[in-house]
Design a protein around this ligand. Structure first.
Ligand code: NDP
Ligand SMILES: N[C@@H](C=O)C(=O)O
Length: 265
């Protein structure tokens, strides 16, 4: 990777731990300056200090609770106004393993606010700014449970289905405007996500990937021009087929008359 060509600045949300902290590491090593966003300023500073020392990049810490409208607005303003920003990694997110019969609906709403609303608002702030700057990359972190929706909490899975769908739509809207959009779908990854989600043993399961492998595969997918990167899916042709089927069925929904199988004449 050429680290001498200026890459601009990447704004990474959820950079205080897990997948976001690894993105920060890898992007700094690729030559990006960074703006690191999360609530825990102390942890962000630990990441920032380490990366400044290791890479000499310019690293800014922006402590913000993305569930707080005023704080979210400040991050949106940075994306709009800081012309050096060339990449947004929408990574901050929380999950749950609780069923609808166990979960607290207020917690579910907070999850929607973070996983959907914040990601959407930050994308809406970045996209026109990137179009005006003639280039930019938006990386949205979804999850395989956006497809394997029965695996975890339903609101979490649905929030990640949203990220996948939103990404497809952003790709359509922005493809010819110089802005790249990549949706990343990690499977179970060894991070604090699982402590918060309520199933810590998943961190050490044999099917759980390291955050480093997850991010390195995601960046390899980005380099290869993938629109959707699924680090843990070995049978890549299954995704190709899934996408082909989705595109085949999409134009077939539009009919003024109900299908004959419903017997309505
Ligand atoms: N781990 C896994 O198995 C999988 C994770 N993912 C997704 O990966 C992404 C990253 O999660 P992961 O690294 O695993 O988990 P972590 O819990 O390690 O990281 C979550 C990050 O989000 C930040 N965050 C949480 N709430 C807020 C908030 N209200 N405002 C701002 N930042 C917030 C946290 O920082 P702080 O507490 O300092 O605010 C932290 O930096 C999430 O979107 C998750 O859904 C997808 C599939 C699998
Ligand atoms: N993708 C993980 C969570 O989001 C999982 O597969 O468990």
């Amino acid at each position: 990777m050429n680290n001498h060509f200026p890459k601009g600045t990447a704004l990474v949300t959820g950079a205080s731990s897990g997948i976001g902290a690894v993105y920060a590491d890898r992007l700094a090593k690729r030559g990006y300056d960074l703006i690191l966003v999360a609530r825990n300023e102390q942890r962000l500073n630990v990441v920032a200090d380490r990366l400044r020392g290791a890479t000499g990049r310019q690293i800014t810490v922006l402590a913000a609770d993305l569930n707080d409208k005023a704080s979210l607005a400040k991050v949106e303003a940075v994306l709009r106004d800081n012309a050096s920003i060339t990449m947004l990694v929408n990574n901050a997110g929380v999950g749950s393993v609780a069923s609808i019969l166990q979960a607290d609906v207020d917690k579910m709403e907070e999850m929607i606010d973070l996983n959907i609303t914040a990601l959407t608002r930050l994308s809406y702030a970045a996209a026109p700014a990137f179009v005006a700057r003639g280039a930019g990359t938006i990386v949205n972190i979804a999850s395989v449970v956006g497809i394997a929706v029965e695996a975890l909490n339903g609101v979490y899975s649905a929030s990640k289905s949203y990220v996948l769908s939103f990404g497809h739509s952003l790709q359509k809207d922005l493809a010819d405007k110089g802005v790249r959009v990549q949706t990343v779908m990690p499977g179970a990854t060894a991070t604090e996500f699982w402590d918060i989600a309520g199933y810590a043993p998943q961190k050490t399961s044999e099917i759980t990937m390291s955050a480093e492998h997850c991010v390195d595969a995601a960046l390899a997918g980005l380099d290869a021009g993938e629109l959707v990167t699924i680090p843990g899916l070995h049978e890549g042709e299954l995704w190709t087929r899934w996408e082909a089927d989705r595109r085949e069925i999409s134009p077939k929904f539009r009919n003024a008359k109900p299908a004959p199988r419903y017997g309505i004449v």
